[in-house]
Design a protein around this ligand. Structure first.
Ligand code: DLZ
Ligand code: SF4
Length: 504
């Protein structure tokens, strides 16, 4: 009996659980559909990446002898949704049996479950921890801290383990990974590849209103290209990745970052294999422990933990808003002018490359959104749209949880907020900014300085009892009342100007 085997745009892995079921006579269904290309206004580079990688992957499956029915976005028969395509193919091939691998988004999981077909949804085995393992880990714990989960993943995979002890005598070398940005970076950034002209024309024609530059399109789009990029990064950048992981520079967008999140999340790169490759660099004495441990923690720790939280918390997680933030996303998130150089640079880079590194996302745009009280649902949609690596399972816990504290502290034990001082220490942004990072009040005061206190005072009831935040409130309480009043007035004025649409 013919069965339909669904492969989604972020499931481009030959060993995908659904594909492992495929036998002669089965039909692999892949579809470029409007529902997926428009559920948020994705960055054009992200769409071009997914569609090109899907087309190449379909060709590879055909090459391997499988039968693939592939719907292009401009196919006149296109039903515009994944479920529509499955129903159409089911009728075409006279079958009602569908095998899928669990999608990374509740929306699509629900759609598959509602299909009037005989659908089997298999676990996504490309992750190290299954849902059951994460649930067992989370059960009866008061706090779901990543660090404890990460140690379990180290033990499970044996990565950087010396028997039952961590290699180097410590689980985490993060304190070595906070060096300020150096003047020179000895790495030229990610390897660049030629785009597919047909996909480029399609995306240019359909998505020219979306935020983001389609050209120049440089992402790798098949496994062979991705491996070439990754292997060069291992040699040229991994040794210094740890040291400058949190640094930011006006003139260098990538520093030593690997820019492989988009490839891993689409299925083109195996998370465990990249960790083993990095571990081998440490073992060969070519990369230091702080770089290798920091890299591995992002993948088997943070990435897996984010997925665990997304599936544990359920579909309502993306609507959480414990701080009651309701402000609209300012126009400068979509490229309008702002005098805040750090924000302008991060957004500009996001527009150019559908990429910004984690500290830019957390401490610049995320920090600003949280301090300014922007609706976390809108912040979530922005991140889901503009980053090429963003799928809901990974983006939502990072944004709703880690960055916006909208989940009330499930992911983070305190909100990730900082004044301009942190940004100044970790970047050269402030040197060329119209605002003065040293100014605490007045028209030139760095908005992060004003909004930092405004945020803390607005939410004093919630946070003053938090042991890790007591210091901040004590600092505030030591300030002169006149100064406190001016800070809060200046913050309100800034927010009022921003709400009125002034270029702030
Ligand atoms: C992100 C994306 C885009 C832009 N387009 C497609 C598509 O046309 N067809 C498809 O199968 N998948 C696409 N994707 C990826 C899906 O949105 C992704 O599988 C779900 O969000 C679940 O993670
Ligand atoms: Fe950003 Fe403030 Fe520094 Fe300007 S002064 S770059 S707004 S942190």
């Amino acid at each position: 009996m013919t069965r339909l085997i669904l492969v989604l745009g972020d499931q481009l892995t030959p060993t995908l659980s659904a594909l492992e079921q495929a036998t002669q006579g089965d039909i692999i269904v892949m579809a470029e559909v409007a529902d997926e290309t428009t559920y948020v206004p994705h960055h054009p580079k992200k769409i071009a990446f997914v569609l090109t990688a899907m087309r190449k992957f379909a060709a590879q499956l055909r090459n391997d002898g499988l039968t693939v029915v592939y719907t292009k976005l401009d196919d006149p028969e296109n039903t515009r949704s994944i479920t529509g395509e499955l129903l159409r193919r089911a009728a075409e091939y006279g079958t009602s049996t569908v095998i899928a691998t669990e999608p990374g988004e509740w929306r699509l999981i629900a759609a598959l479950n509602d299909l009037p077909l005989d659908t089997t949804v298999l676990p996504d085995t490309r992750f190290i921890a299954s849902h059951a393992e994460f649930e067992a880990w989370a059960k009866d714990r008061k706090e779901l801290r990543m660090e404890w989960f990460y140690r379990d993943m180290r033990r499970k995979t044996g990565l950087l383990m010396d028997g039952d002890k961590p290699v180097g005598g410590q689980w985490n070398f993060d304190h070595d990974n906070r060096k300020a940005a150096p003047k020179d970076i000895h790495y030229f950034g990610p390897m660049q590849f030629d785009p597919d002209p047909e996909v480029m024309a399609l995306v240019a024609q359909r998505f020219d209103q979306n935020f983001g530059d389609l050209e120049p399109m440089w992402f790798a789009t098949d496994k062979e290209q991705v491996l070439r990029h990754f292997e060069r990064w291992l040699q040229d950048a991994l040794p210094l990745f740890g040291d400058f992981q949190d640094a930011m520079l006006n003139e260098n967008r990538f520093l030593y970052h690997s820019v492989i999140g988009l490839y891993i999340n689409a299925g083109l790169l195996d998370p465990l294999a990249v960790c083993r490759a990095a571990e081998a660099e440490y073992q060969a004495g070519r990369a230091p422990i702080n770089a290798v441990e920091g890299f591995i923690r992002q993948i088997i720790g943070w990435r897996e933990y984010m997925r665990g939280i997304y599936f544990l918390q359920g579909p309502e997680y993306t609507s959480r808003n414990v701080l009651g933030h309701t402000r609209d996303l300012p126009a400068f998130f979509w490229g309008a002018d702002t005098s805040m150089n750090c924000v302008a640079k991060t957004v500009e880079q996001t527009k150019t490359d559908a990429y910004a590194h984690h500290i830019q996302r957390l401490m610049i745009t995320g920090n600003f959104a949280l301090l300014a009280g922007i609706d976390p649902g809108k912040v979530h949609e922005w991140y889901l749209a503009v980053y090429a690596d963003a799928y809901e399972w990974v983006e939502a816990p990072n944004v709703i949880g880690m960055s916006q504290y909208a989940d009330g502290g499930i992911v983070g034990s305190k909100p990730y907020v900082s004044s301009g001082a942190y940004i100044s220490r970790m970047s050269d942004y402030c040197k060329s900014c119209a605002y003065k990072v040293k100014d605490k009040t007045g028209k030139n005061a760095c908005p992060f300085n004003l909004l930092y206190w405004d945020f803390l005072i607005r939410h004093r009831d919630r946070f003053s009892g938090n042991a890790r935040m007591g210091n901040m409130y004590r600092t505030w309480d030591r300030m002169k009342p006149d100064h406190q009043k001016t800070v809060l007035q200046d913050a309100s004025r800034f927010l009022a100007r921003m709400d009125a649409g002034d270029a702030v």
